[in-house]
Design a protein around this ligand. Structure first.
Ligand code: ATP
Ligand code: MG
Length: 264
């Protein structure tokens, strides 16, 4: 059975009669990495929010279906979502901005996050947090737990976000521009970390990015979107070697090359 099937969905926001997403489909197996690429406003965030059942602004999936392990996610009850989110499907936001509150210590937030999902004493949750931070190669998890977010670099904050989202070893991780706020070196480290997570835990991932270089490096499958529609989709090699749309051709042409080989 596939892990995720998005079946020809249409997404519409509020009273806007024109759908924002049309005919979006995606099939994913366990442990697969899919990258969604496309310009600003093409609908990337809308797609992953639709999968997580968190569309803002009266957004809804009004055609098609989304199946997670064969079960439809449309019309799940609040309690069912609470069980699924965080433990089976989790999400990482850009710069972890929406996840980490700037005026509370990392540890307080991490402990609270863990305890909303699992019955644990504060002490146990603290230790679990430290363990997860150290797995993400953050030095001295204990110190980081006592820090405020502003005391950490952007890359460290992003690692904290990844550590939190991986706490319950979700089967599917949705990452919205997880590296765009970072410098190139840190970006490369975080990308490698995602690859290691897939290796160690078999986590499937949907990674949204502006950067087709990052996408091509990480992804088994690539989806290119423009104006709410899929203009290219397939395995990484299919899309890179034989793009169907002019838009994808132009994106690929803009990737810097080194010595005749694409440098991604
Ligand atoms: N909360 C909302 N209410 C109404 N319409 C929205 C809302 N969020 C997004 N949209 C519409 O959906 C379109 C796609 O937005 P979305 O955020 O999915 O694009 P994106 O590809 O993630 O862009 P970016 O690269 O800038 O993050 C927008 O152009 C906008 O018209
Ligand atoms: Mg977006």
């Amino acid at each position: 059975m596939d892990l995720l099937n998005v079946k020809d969905i249409t997404v519409t926001y509020g009273r806007n009669p024109r759908p924002t997403i049309e005919h979006f489909s995606l099939d994913m197996k366990e442990g697969e990495i899919v990258s969604i690429v496309g310009e600003s406003g093409s609908g990337k965030t809308t797609v992953i929010r639709a999968i997580l059942g968190l569309l803002p602004g009266g957004g809804k999936v009004d055609q098609g279906d989304i199946l997670f392990q064969g079960q439809s996610l449309l019309n799940l009850k609040k309690e069912q979502w609470r069980e699924l989110r965080g433990s089976q499907i989790s999400m990482i936001f850009q710069d972890s901005g929406a996840m980490i509150n700037p005026i509370r210590r990392i540890g307080d937030q991490f402990v609270e996050y863990i305890r909303t999902h699992q019955k644990m004493s504060r002490k146990e949750a603290w230790n679990k947090g430290v363990e997860m931070l150290e797995k993400m190669r953050l030095p001295s998890g204990d110190t980081i737990m006592r820090n405020y977010p502003f005391q950490l670099s952007g890359g460290m904050r992003q690692r904290v976000g990844i550590a939190m989202s991986m706490t319950f070893q979700p089967k599917l991780l949705l990452a919205d521009e997880p590296t765009s706020a970072l410098d190139v070196t840190t970006q490369a480290q975080i990308v490698r970390q995602f690859m290691e997570l897939r290796e160690s835990y078999g986590t499937a991932m949907i990674v949204v990015t502006h950067n087709i270089g990052v996408a091509a490096y990480m992804a088994d499958k690539l989806i290119v979107m423009q104006y709410g529609k899929v203009v290219d989709a397939g395995t990484r090699d299919e899309v890179m070697n034989n793009p169907a749309s002019e838009y994808t051709k132009n994106l690929l042409a803009a990737v810097p090359e080194m010595g005749g080989k694409r440098y991604v």
